[in-house]
Ligand binder design. Structure first.
Ligand code: SAM
Length: 268
């Protein structure tokens, strides 16, 4: 969907979380406001692209494990972003062409692109909804049609929960989203943390210049608490590059400076 369509009705003057991330991943679905923010981020954090890529790589490894080893056949990916390389449906449908995926994002550009690339895919759909309103996701007709809540579900919350401020009660949102999932379901989370001053500077840029970009960076303990009711699988909650790397060469010298944590839990 590279025609003029996807830009209509979009406020090009203000950056969006989805489009800044798209730019950092090397995508083409962003405007100059997004690129300006991304360049500001890169000036503060030269690893910005590497961090975005490492986050995406965690999503890939966790999803591949769920489909290929844990036998999960249905996925809800909230805060799914603008489709890029290695989307969840591509990864899981390589394992089982009938594996089902519902993408959820509140960003209209992310939803427009997802709609376009999924047009021919009967086992994947996209919903425009906000994670802070879990009922609107769980009750959405596309979710009810695609997801069988009697079978294990892979719930993917990758690089989205730090956009949920404390006053929106992320624990309650998690409780609502995970309540209908049967035992054996899985929850993947990656989440920005504030170990470094750089992270705080980046947070300020998002807050000032990015629509919906008010980020809340959390400690490992706070992020671990989001897995209530789930047992964290090996290696637990770790800095993203340390979560089951494909090879030792993939682990940077300073994984703790990739300031996000990642984990995968299994529902009891
Ligand atoms: C950094 S991107 C992550 C994309 C993808 N999950 C990944 O890790 O590659 C964050 C995504 O979360 C979406 N997002 C942010 N706040 C959200 C909210 N309140 N509800 C739904 N989506 C949200 C943004 O639009 C964006 O597409």
């Amino acid at each position: 969907m590279d025609g003029p369509d996807w830009t209509s009705g979009i406020d090009r003057g203000r950056a969006s979380v989805a489009r800044v991330y798209d730019y950092l991943l090397g995508g083409a679905h962003n405007f100059s406001a997004d690129r300006d923010v991304a360049r500001t981020l890169e000036a503060i954090e030269p690893r910005a692209r590497a961090i975005a890529a490492a986050n995406r790589a965690f999503l890939t490894r966790a999803t591949r494990y769920l489909a290929a080893e844990a036998g999960v056949r249905q996925f809800i990916d909230i805060g799914s972003g603008i489709p890029t390389q290695g989307n969840v449906h591509e990864i899981v449908q390589r394992v089982d062409p009938e594996a089902r995926v519902v993408y959820v994002d509140h960003d209209p550009v992310a939803v427009a692109h997802s709609t376009s690339i999924l047009a021919e895919n009967p086992h994947a759909d996209v919903v425009q909804a906000d994670i802070t309103d879990p009922g609107s996701i769980l009750e959405h007709p596309a979710v009810r049609e695609m997801i069988d809540f009697d079978e294990p579900v892979g719930l993917l919350l990758v690089a989205v929960l730090h956009f949920v401020p404390d006053d929106r009660d992320p624990a309650a949102i998690l409780a609502a989203l995970t309540a209908p999932l049967p035992p054996g379901s899985h929850l993947a989370i990656s989440h920005g943390t504030h170990k470094e001053q750089t992270a705080e500077a980046v947070r300020q840029v998002y807050r000032r210049a990015v629509s919906g970009g008010q980020a809340t960076l959390r400690t490992a303990g706070q992020i671990r608490d989001l897995f209530a009711g789930f047992d964290l699988l090996d290696p637990g909650l770790v800095h993203g590059p340390l979560w089951r790397p494909d090879s030792p060469q993939d682990v940077p010298e300073d994984p703790e400076r990739f300031w996000f944590y990642a984990g995968l839990g299994r529902k009891r």
